[in-house]
Design a protein around this ligand. Structure first.
Ligand code: NAP
Length: 454
């Protein structure tokens, strides 16, 4: 794949970039490594003060950054604006809580001091996806930097403008030169960097297949890694759920970010007694979405990020129908330019069908039925993924208990799954390992150094 910005709403090439060669990548690593040594020597309070500049800069240039996100990957502009603000809020959170998160812990052993302190690891390589070009990169970088590490970002090849804008943002915010560097390289070309001595650890957000590759390489290099991978999140509707609320949330959760979110609800698992009601209400909610030009502030569903991804999704929809599911909404890409795909719903789905077994990374969801809670939970766990899950019930306490039986890194009751800087984010099974955000996120890239002094 070339490193280029192609507007997914029109298919037009906006700008292409020469990939960095080995020597240029080495210069970025060297600068990050040098800057990180000085950065680690500063106290946490000083680092927090410098990082606060990121929030100021993000808010000052929110319109510009949101327009860039929409241009590069097609997100509706209202959601791009929200993405930039969420990044600023993430800075605020870590500036406020970083000291508490990284405070040394004491273990009473009757000596002068015994306990644990949290030291940086070095420079962390971030391999990031295009779906939230600012959020994915910054939600990893902010806590990583605050802990005293440096960052080298290898962003997805279809969002090079965002990758370079993030590097400039760090400089404009007043971070030391080189501390946050970007390398413009294509997929596999990042592998040698994992083995470079100047890289201490790796964070990947991306697909399962790339997760297997990067996890193996990091393991061979004996470097810690966080893998945030794909998902096929269940959205479980119990017999006593508030149907209007559940259906509205189902439509939003499936189409937010043009359906391209790891934590989007992808499998709707509905109690047989309310199955038809759920389908009718969800179809109506999907039909009401405003679909089209992502630069229009009213638009709720824009194009997918690339036409090859749109074609791949369409193939999965066709295969799911061939496997026995019924199409009750969407399913036909509009003619004309751009990578548009309509909100699509497939019903009577189940294990063994492509749309149930694989991740649908676009605005298409499958609905399956089951009789009662036990059968619904069994269906939810019938997936190799385990990222998020959502349970809808008139008895939230009961739903919380049921959530313990769902194999997922996150469970939300009567709401759809979302990320928030205050709470950890991550999955189990083929959805990866490690956590981002919250207390857990900032502890992924630190050396928990045991200290014992008489
Ligand atoms: P992807 O194809 O796996 O790409 C992710 C990153 O890996 C990109 O920077 C990509 O670079 C790079 N890459 C591709 N091939 C590689 C290789 N052989 N070796 C090393 N790096 C390689 O994923 P995507 O299409 O960008 O994003 C969609 C996927 O990410 C979905 O599965 C989604 O669920 C997942 N995701 C997960 C989370 C989470 O937090 N769990 C969040 C968002 C997205 P190039 O662009 O240059 O190929």
């Amino acid at each position: 794949m070339a490193i280029a910005t192609v507007n997914p709403a029109t298919g037009e090439l906006v700008e292409s970039y020469e990939p960095y060669d080995e020597s240029r990548c080495s210069t970025v690593l060297e600068a990050a490594s040098r800057a990180q040594r000085d950065w680690a020597a500063q106290d946490l309070g000083m680092r927090a003060d410098r990082l606060q500049g990121l929030a100021k800069e993000l808010r000052a240039r929110q319109d510009e950054y949101a327009a860039l996100i929409t241009l590069e990957m097609g997100k509706p502009i209202s959601q791009a604006l929200a993405e930039v603000e969420k990044c600023a809020a993430c800075v605020d959170h870590y500036v406020e809580c970083g000291e508490a998160y990284l405070r040394p812990t004491t273990v009473e052993m009757g000596v002068r001091f015994s306990g644990v302190r949290y030291l940086p690891l070095g420079v962390v390589l971030g391999v990031m996806p295009w779906n939230y070009p600012f959020w994915q990169a910054l939600r990893f970088a902010i806590p990583t930097l605050l802990a005293g590490n440096g960052v080298v970002l290898k962003h997805a090849s279809n969002v090079p403008g965002s990758a370079l804008a993030l590097e400039q943002l760090a400089l404009a915010a007043g971070l030391p030169e080189g501390l946050f560097g970007t390398v413009l390289v294509e997929g596999g070309a990042v592998i040698p960097l994992i083995h470079d001595d100047r890289i201490a650890a790796v964070s990947l957000t991306g697909s399962e297949s790339v997760g297997r590759r990067i996890g193996a390489e990091a393991g061979a290099a004996l470097k810690p890694a966080v893998l945030e991978l794909g998902g096929s999140d269940p959205f479980i509707v119990l017999a006593d759920a508030d149907m209007a609320a559940a259906a509205q949330a189902a439509a939003t959760a499936r189409t937010l970010n043009n359906g391209q979110s790891c934590i989007a609800a992808k499998r709707f698992l509905v109690d047989s007694s309310v199955y038809d009601d759920f389908i009718d209400a969800t179809r109506a909610a999907l039909a009401a979405l405003k679909f089209g030009d992502p630069t229009d502030p009213e638009t709720q569903l824009g194009p997918m990020a690339r036409s090859d991804l749109r074609d791949e999704l369409h193939g999965q929809v066709i295969d799911t129908v061939a496997g026995g599911a019924r199409l009750v909404a969407g399913g036909t890409p509009p003619s004309g330019p751009g990578a548009f795909y309509p909100a699509t719903l497939l019903i009577d789905a189940g294990p063994g069908m492509v749309g149930f077994d694989e991740e649908l990374f676009g605005p298409a969801g499958v609905v399956a039925r089951a009789n009662g809670e036990d059968a619904l939970i069994e269906l939810a766990n019938c997936s190799r993924y385990g990222l998020g899950s959502s349970i809808w019930s008139g008895d939230p306490q009961r739903a919380l208990q049921l959530g313990e039986r769902v194999c997922s890194g996150m469970v939300f009751v009567n709401d759809y799954v979302r990320s928030d800087p205050r709470i950890p984010f991550g999955g189990v099974k083929a959805s990866g390992y490690g956590r981002e955000l919250g207390h857990h996120g900032i502890h992924e890239f630190v050396n928990a150094q045991t200290v014992y002094a008489r």
